[in-house]
Structures are given as C-alpha cells and as structure tokens.
Write a new protein. Structure first.
Length: 314
C-alpha cells in the first residue's frame, strides 16, 4: 500500500484546524480513508517503526488515549502515557523543561490540556510535532474523525447542512474551523452567553464559511442533514454545573427531533454523553446515530495525522 505523503505537513504541529489549509485538510482525510481501507484489507505496513509518541493528559479520556495508543502500535511505533499526576506539567517541572526533555526521546507529542496556551508553549519549546488532543479552545482530531465519517455517509459534503446544538465550546470551535475547509453550512443553536468565541467565528466568516447562530435548537434542526451535539459541561467546568443546566434547559436532543431533519438526516456526538442533559440515551443508540462510527474514525484520522506529521521511517 502506498500512502501519499504530504510533504508540507512533515514536522508541523497540529494545534487547531486553522493551521491547515483546505488542501491539507482534505489530504489528511484522503490519507485516513486510504489507511482505513488498507487496514481492513489486511495491509500491515509499519511506517512509524521505532518512533515514539508521548501522550500528555491533564484531563480524562477514553477515545483519545486509546486511539492514539492503538494508532502508534498499528503503524509500528509506540506511545507512552504521561498523566498529569505522573509528570506534574507546569507544577513539578516547567513546560519548557518538559518539552526539552521529551525532544531528546520522542518523535511527537500529543497533549490534552486545560489551557490552549499550554499547548502553544509546549509547541514553542519542542522541536518535534505537538498535536492537540483537546484543549479548552479546540478539538481538531475530533473534527477530522467527524469529517471522515461525513465523507463515508454522504460522499461529497459541499453544501451539507450541519446543526450544532449546544455550547459554543472547543468542539463547536473546531466545527467552525472545519467549515472553512469543507463548504458545509453550519448553524449553531446556543443560549445567550454560550456562543462560540468571536476570535474563532469572525476569521472563519471572513474566509467565507457559512455560519449562522440561532437560539431555537429546533429551528436549527429543520432541514439539516446532520444534528450534532456535545456536553453542556465540559471538563474543567464542573463548578458551573447548575448554572449551565439552567441555561441549556430545552436543548436536550431526543429522537423526536430527528423528524425535523432532512430525509438523509443523521445524529452525531463526539462522546462522552451526559444522558438527560445534551441528549437522551435513545438518541445515541438510534438507527440514525453515527456516534460509534465517529469514535472508530478517531483511530483512522489520527493515524493519518501521525503518519504525515511524524513522517515515515521507511
Ligand atoms: N471524544 C473524545 O475526545 O473522547 P475522550 O474524551 O474519551 O478522549
Ligand atoms: N467539550 C467536551 C469534549 C469532550 C471530548 C469537553 O471538553 O469536555
């Protein structure tokens, strides 16, 4: 199997999808599709043989932790898990010192952080690629997996209508960034005070992305091809739980809402789900739901990211 190498991505960081141009975004998806098909057809190339990825986690994770680990293994390399209580990022040791140590041992760093600035600082000091495994601001790997899923379900996504219902958070911000690269039409339904950040929204609009903000979640769903939601209380926001539950009252997605969608409408969620808040369990396990395809595609999308950023050792 000959996976196309995207020379322009080699050695780069992936802190947000803003850092990619449209062609690079589409090439990463094409590479992910090729790797996924190849793996399912029994191809077992080892392009990352002898390469190591450090995985830093300041927050909990199931999908990101598991899929990066498996991706490195399946590509012939190895991942090493560095939890916050083990390394004390910025507490036991400065970000700069940690970056300079890791630089001497590993070929890449994937980090899940609270502050996005932590990732930026790691990337400033590390010479190896730094990949955002979720920060308070962005979740680029999630949206790569989601767009891989959209390609598989719909083929061409140009003009696809996506309704994002819920908090204008990290996942919503990456939806906005992805809209710049894909030509989808994105409607975000959120309560007042929970809009995406203007610093993310306005540059995307200036680049021509079709993004509308509304208050009524059902209005956003009417005629949409994709209904996407995410938690109301992201990791690190637990102290705002009651305030957020009140603010998002009326935003709980249930399968009845699927009737509002277009004939080909699907439901998506990045997971974990907080049942009874942003959606019901019935929504996630509904035949129109693709949430576990999204979870599966984290593996394939991240294989493409690792291969292109770390570069093949073959
Ligand atoms: N969707 C996602 O990033 O899942 P985890 O938090 O379990 O990694
Ligand atoms: N917005 C969620 C995404 C989890 C994958 C959070 O940050 O907790």
């Amino acid at each position: 199997m000959d996976v196309t190498s995207i020379d322009a991505l080699r050695g780069r960081d992936l802190l947000s999808l803003q850092a990619l141009n449209r062609e690079e975004f589409q090439q990463l998806l094409a590479c992910a599709l090729e790797l996924k098909r190849g793996w399912k057809d029994g191809f077992r190339p080892q392009p990352l043989k002898h390469k190591t990825l450090a995985m830093i986690f300041e927050k909990q994770s199931l999908r990101t932790r598991t899929t990066f680990d498996i991706a490195m293994y399946q590509l012939g390399g190895q991942a090493i898990l560095l939890n916050q209580d083990t390394i004390g990022l910025g507490v036991r040791e400065s970000l700069r010192d940690i970056a300079h140590n890791l630089d001497r041992w590993v070929e890449g760093i994937m980090a899940r952080t609270h502050s996005h600035d932590t990732l930026v600082e790691l990337a400033v000091h590390a010479t190896v690629p730094v990949i955002n495994g979720l920060s308070d601001l962005f979740h680029p790997c999630q949206l790569l997996a989601d767009h891989l899923t959209l390609r598989e379900v719909f083929g061409d996504v140009e003009g696809l209508r996506v309704a994002f219902v819920g908090d204008g958070n990290n996942v919503c911000h990456s939806h906005i960034n992805a809209a710049v690269h894909t030509g989808i039409s994105l409607t975000i339904a959120c309560p007042e005070g929970y809009e995406p950040e203007a610093d993310v929204l306005e540059p995307a609009r200036k680049k021509g992305a079709d993004i509308t903000i509304v208050r009524d979640p059902k209005a956003a769903c009417r005629g949409a091809d994709v209904l996407y939601t995410d938690v109301w209380i992201s990791m690190g926001q637990e102290q705002e739980t009651e305030k957020r539950r009140r603010a998002f009252s009326g935003y709980t997605v249930t399968p009845e809402w699927f009737d509002l969608l277009s004939d080909r409408g699907i439901f998506m969620h990045d997971l974990p789900a907080h049942y009874g808040e942003e959606c019901s369990e019935e929504a996630v396990y509904h035949p129109q739901s693709h949430v576990f395809d999204q979870a599966e595609n984290r593996l394939h999308a991240q294989k493409a990211v690792l291969l292109q950023l770390l570069g093949s050792s073959e």
